[in-house]
Ligand binder design. Sequence first.
Ligand code: FNR
Length: 183
Amino acid sequence: MAYDVAVLIGSLRKESLTRQLVLALQKIAPPGLKLRIVEIGDLPHFNADHEASPPPEVTAFKQSIEKADAVLFATPEYNRSVPGVLKNAIDVGSRPYGKSVWNGKPAAVISISQGVLSGFGANHHLRQSLVFLNMPTLQQPEAYIAQVQTLLDGKGGFVKPETKAFLESILKAFEAWIGKVKG
Ligand code: FNR
């Protein structure tokens, strides 16, 4: 049985390069990993007043994460940090206190940029939250994808075999990491 990996994408726009990268990753994932995109764009802003009677989108989202074996975060950087939409999804899943859907789930982070900085700020601000949320997160190899627009071929694949090989190695390491965490 393949591990069910919930994939959260930190960009909502239709032509998102992050989403294009995730779609390409789905094609090269090893047989042991099923990458399942969980949409976060329709989640309401986190509001603790909703906890007693959560909106249906929140309940569905939490169930979707709960059933996953692991979580892959793929994100661009906004203003040197995590895009609000992704942080909101993390906050929504983390409450009520003591009932976080993230607790103990193995995770990995892939950050992207169109420039040369590769979303490092977003990647590491995200990791700060994942520490608190008790998500054992793949440390090596790290996945900082700079100038992503030059790496995607526009047809769902990669321009260079080296990029494909690198991302395959990330996914294989994540598969092994999930196995280790789940025991
Ligand atoms: C950006 N962008 C950006 N890029 C970066 O490398 N560091 C940054 O801090 C920011 N900040 C930022 C803020 C906001 C509000 C926007 C809209 C954009 C550029 C951004 O990462 C780039 O447009 C990515 O291509 C967005 O990802 P998607 O939508 O292509 O997946």
